[in-house]
Design a protein around this ligand. Structure first.
Ligand SMILES: *Cc1c(COP(=O)(O)O)cnc(C)c1O
Length: 355
């Protein structure tokens, strides 16, 4: 039995793997593979339409928001956002609360001024800064909802009257939130929505077209909107896998239903961590991520032993990110509760033997 705690690309529902593999041989009984159909066919248009409609329904988006499927991963959004929204003499506000946010800040500085409103760098990003002010004259405010590497998450949406932008790569659709509050949302699909190779951008149309710089057509959100995410060849298979995963999520009862299970999974793992002194969760309690649970064992030898024990018991990718060390268990939507139970049983067993 394999338990896949990968942080991304990561576990997807079994049903999705099965259907996607069948579609590689014979897509929808057409006798054709999904890999050999043209993107401008009615076959693929139906896939894209269903992906967009399902996402819109799951996020309960209003009509002012457009959904795009783009290339280049979330990392491309780090620069595409300021390129489309920030003039050189203007200032954007950023919250610095993790590795990915730091990268977004670096790219934004290529296009305009950046004001970092708060940072948790002083404590290795183990908490979310609070009580900061978002300047009301900034062009937009950008933050990362879930810090995949460090294991912190911001569940509440910051209060501001300037355009709100979020990188939701690792917790999109994991819990209910008012997505309409955002002017732009982006997420690499490979963590909670589908296969690598595509990212989702949700953008409010009326914030676009206001910068003075010239934009390459491929970088201009408006050209992608006009062309329905088919300005050039989209990543057909990756979009297809997203559509299947979104369809699966809808069948589970949508975001509110998966949130209940995600809460149970995260609670089980954190309660176990808190009850076993041999393990130590690394981030501030109130900021703990429900998607990426980061923890350590302070004794280096025991850490190695536990890692080996995980390996023996089919726990995949439990080793922490190289910049943080220790362990990281990613509990994305598709990870079953039984995998968290297997991990916590192993932890209890290990603590009993070594503690
Ligand atoms: C993984 C990740 C990224 C980078 O995504 P790519 O698709 O590899 O560019 C950006 N932000 C967050 C929060 C992530 O978890």
């Amino acid at each position: 039995m394999i338990h896949n705690f990968n942080s991304g690309p990561s576990i997807l529902p079994k049903e999705v793997f099965k259907e996607a593999s069948e579609a590689i041989i014979n897509f929808n009984n057409t006798g054709l593979s999904i890999l050999e159909i043209g993107h401008r066919t009615s076959l693929f248009q139906a896939v894209l339409d269903e992906a967009i409609a399902t996402l819109k329904e799951l996020m309960q988006l209003d009509d002012g928001h457009e959904i795009l499927f783009l290339h280049g991963g979330a990392s491309t959004q780090f620069f595409q956002v300021p390129m489309n929204l920030l003039n050189e003499n203007e200032t954007a506000a950023y919250l610095d609360c993790g590795t990915w946010g730091t990268k977004a800040i670096k790219e934004a500085k290529l296009y305009g001024n950046v004001e970092v409103v708060a940072s948790s760098k002083d404590k290795n990003y183990t908490y979310i800064p609070k009580n900061y002010t978002i300047p009301s004259n900034a062009k937009y405010f950008h933050y990362t909802t879930n810090n995949t590497i460090e294991g912190t998450e911001m569940l509440d949406i910051p209060q501001t009257n300037i355009p709100l932008i979020a990188d939701m790569s690792s917790d999109i659709l994991s819990h209910v939130m008012d997505f309409n509050r955002f002017d732009l949302i982006y997420a690499g699909a490979q963590k909670n929505i589908g296969a690598a190779g595509v990212n989702i951008v949700v953008v409010k149309k009326d914030i676009l077209g206001k910068v003075s710089r010239k934009l390459p057509t491929m970088m201009d959100y408006r050209s992608h909107i006009e062309n329905g995410s088919m300005l050039n060849t989209p990543p057909v298979f990756a979009v297809y896998v997203c559509m299947l995963t979104l369809r699966w999520l809808k069948q589970q009862g949508g975001v509110s239903a998966i949130e209940k299970i995600n809460n149970i999974k995260a609670k089980l793992l954190y309660d176990t961590l808190d009850s076993l002194p041999i393990f130590r969760a690394t981030v501030a309690k109130e900021d703990r991520s429900k998607m990426n649970v980061v923890f350590v064992i302070d004794d280096e030898n025991l850490e190695k032993e536990f890692l080996a024990s995980c390996k023996e018991n089919g726990m995949v990718a439990i080793k922490g990110h190289r910049s943080v060390g220790g362990f990281r268990a990613s509990l994305y939507n598709a990870l079953p509760l039984s995998s968290v139970q297997a991990l916590t049983d192993l932890m209890k067993d290990f603590a009993n033997k070594k503690g």
